[in-house]
Design a protein around this ligand. Structure first.
Ligand SMILES: Nc1ncnc2c1ncn2[C@@H]1O[C@H](COP(=O)(O)OP(=O)(O)OP(=O)(O)O)[C@@H](O)[C@H]1O
Ligand SMILES: [Mg+2]
Length: 244
């Protein structure tokens, strides 16, 4: 197929006309809390606007589990697949197609799978789409930036450690080079690092604050985390980003 003739591109563009804005949760490192923070942010933001959530993590989809929605799916309609609503949030994940099994897919195959999912999913009119990413700046991240374009901004999640930030900082630099809008950097699972704040100000990227380590977070769904210290700290961080 030659460039510009992929019919999915037009479909995706038309579907995005119904979407106010897109916030992508990304990081350099794995396991820093992106999915937990993306799911809980969607939950908090849904208090004041209509929000959808899209899980673009092909190899480690976590959003259905975080919403206690494993096994839920979508409804077929004349105008695409209508995602199931969980906590009043329409939720779509590649896991809904994989049926809980791992997907041995790479490179171009991943891009095709993600484009298919974006083209056939009908979130309906929503104010905001929250997108959960796998770690890194590979196929999934680049596909998201390409598909969502000017409509999206990126929130980077890092642990406050140098090991985590040194990798995530590179991801921030790539996003800056690509002229992506960066909503800011969230530090998770520790005390705020002064070095991250100063690196952020040097790069003219908002440093949004820190969410501490709370042992009660593990294995809880967003509903079970309601009112927790984790949620309260995350709320402050999202307010700093003017997302609440
Ligand atoms: N603030 C926190 N305090 C304690 N545990 C947390 C916190 N945030 C996340 N976790 C836990 O850390 C683990 C990793 O979180 P999560 O899966 O959200 O990370 P991730 O960045 O999405 O991982 P991946 O890169 O694999 O997608 C989970 O067990 C989660 O419960
Ligand atoms: Mg994740």
């Amino acid at each position: 197929m030659t460039e510009g003739t992929d019919p999915r591109d037009g479909l995706i563009r038309r579907r995005l006309e119904d979407t106010g804005s897109v916030v992508i949760f990304s990081s350099g490192k794995g396991g820093v809390g992106k999915s937990t923070i993306a799911a809980c942010s969607a939950y908090l933001m849904a208090g004041s606007r209509s929000v959808g959530i899209l899980d673009m993590d092909i190899h480690g989809p976590s959003i259905p589990a975080l919403f206690g929605a494993r096994g839920t799916g979508f409804r077929e309609s004349r105008d695409g697949l209508i995602p199931a609503r969980v906590e009043n949030i329409p939720l779509m994940s590649i896991d809904m197609f994989a049926g809980g099994r791992g997907l041995p897919v790479r490179g171009a195959g991943k891009v095709e799978a993600l484009k298919d999912m974006l083209a056939i999913t009908n979130f309906g009119p929503i104010d905001m789409l929250v997108v959960d990413m796998p770690p890194g700046t590979g196929d999934e991240f680049l596909t998201a930036l390409e598909m969502f374009g000017d409509r999206c901004s990126v929130l980077f999640v890092t642990q406050p450690s140098a090991l985590s930030w040194n990798v995530t900082r590179r991801a921030v630099e790539i996003a800056l080079e690509m002229k992506s809008d960066i909503a800011g950097v969230i530090q998770n699972m520790g005390k705020r690092s002064g070095r991250i704040s100063s690196d952020c100000s040097r790069m003219h990227v908002p440093s949004l604050g820190a969410v501490g380590y709370h042992s009660s977070v593990g294995d809880r769904t967003v509903r079970e985390l309601r009112g927790s210290a984790f949620m309260r700290e995350l709320k402050k961080v999202l307010e700093n980003a003017s997302l609440l």
